[in-house]
Design a protein around this ligand. Structure first.
Ligand code: SAM
Length: 301
């Protein structure tokens, strides 16, 4: 009997277009990220002008863990775990028994395996390939959703691609449990000429083939699967985060250039400046969304 291969429903950016950015060099990223190697927007204390990036990243990890109600959960999934800061935070600070991280980057997975304890598992795996039969008490995802739709898709196609993701998350989660999603999104301010140049630069040099969501696309895609409990647009926190990253890159530029070359460092400088302009103008948003799994009508599975 001929068996057909399971049809892949993944509508995100091709993994081979995503992973080179994260595989560039762990040593290079260490020259400008904070010591936990968190590569997504921090959560700053607005009242403390001299707060360190380390402290603001810790606050963000805490916030997302709380929004997902991950504290004390037996198993937590981190979709797009990067260099593992959330996985270490969950098992080290939040009493989570087992934290599973997915990344498309072999370099990142190597770092996670070397720095996290026995309670952490990491896989170089697209979320769409992760076992649908796995069960988790909470899900977190920061800075990965930006890759879950392809450049050039229509609004309907994007929403359908995001819905595949939410359907799978719904399947993975225990009844009544939660999920925290952090993602860059399109802002409410129209792109001007500089904004357009910045978007083209980012698509060409930093995140090829990926398209970021609109809040309305996320809301539509999650309808009937997840209840939205909280939404924050912290775009100004990304201005501050990128400024901190740029400052560190400048302070360590000699070392960074020795690792990846002067040209690549220039590209990253421009990437930070373009991002600062986008978030500052409101052409890009930074969403942190707390979601609760909705139980199917007629009872849980
Ligand atoms: C910007 S990094 C954020 C890392 C981490 N969450 C943090 O905040 O430091 C994006 C991560 O998403 C992962 N990623 C992107 N698309 C993915 C996919 N389809 N499946 C699994 N991981 C994915 C990348 O490999 C990378 O680890």
């Amino acid at each position: 009997v001929a068996t057909e291969a399971r049809e892949t429903t993944y509508g995100g950016a091709p993994p081979q277009a995503v992973s080179p950015h994260y595989d560039l060099s762990n040593d290079f990223y260490a020259t400008w990220l904070d010591e936990s190697m968190t590569y997504s927007c921090a959560l700053w204390d607005d009242g403390a002008r001299d707060e360190t990036l380390e402290s603001a990243q810790r606050r963000k990890l805490d916030y997302l863990a709380a929004a997902a109600r991950a504290r004390g959960a037996r198993g937590v999934l981190d979709v797009g775990c990067g260099w593992g800061s959330m996985l270490r935070h969950l098992t080290g600070e939040c009493g989570v028994e087992r934290a599973v991280g997915l990344t498309l980057s072999a370099e990142q997975a190597e770092h996670v395996a070397a720095t996290a304890g026995a309670a952490v598992e990491v896989a170089v795996e697209n979320w769409a390939d992760h076992d649908p039969g796995a069960r988790y008490g909470a899900i977190v995802s920061a800075g990965a959703f930006e890759h879950f739709a392809r450049l050039g898709m229509t609004r309907e196609e994007k929403t359908a691609a995001y819905r595949q993701f939410f359907e799978r998350c719904h399947e993975w989660l225990e009844p009544g449990s939660g999920m925290a999603l952090q993602t860059i999104a399109k802002g409410e301010v129209q792109l001007d000429a500089q904004g357009m140049r910045d978007v083209v630069f980012l698509a060409r040099h930093i995140f090829p083939k990926s398209d970021i969501p609109r809040l309305s696309e996320i809301a539509t895609a999650a309808e009937g699967l997840f209840e939205v409990e909280t939404v924050r647009n912290d775009r100004r926190h990304y201005v501050r985060t990128c400024a901190a990253w740029l400052e560190r890159l400048e302070a360590n530029s000699a070392r960074a250039e020795a690792i990846v070359g002067a040209e690549a460092v220039d590209v990253y400088r421009e990437y930070m400046r373009a991002s600062i302009r986008q978030f500052d103008a409101g052409m890009a948003a930074l969403l942190r969304i707390g979601l609760r799994r909705i139980e199917p009508a007629g009872g849980s599975r």
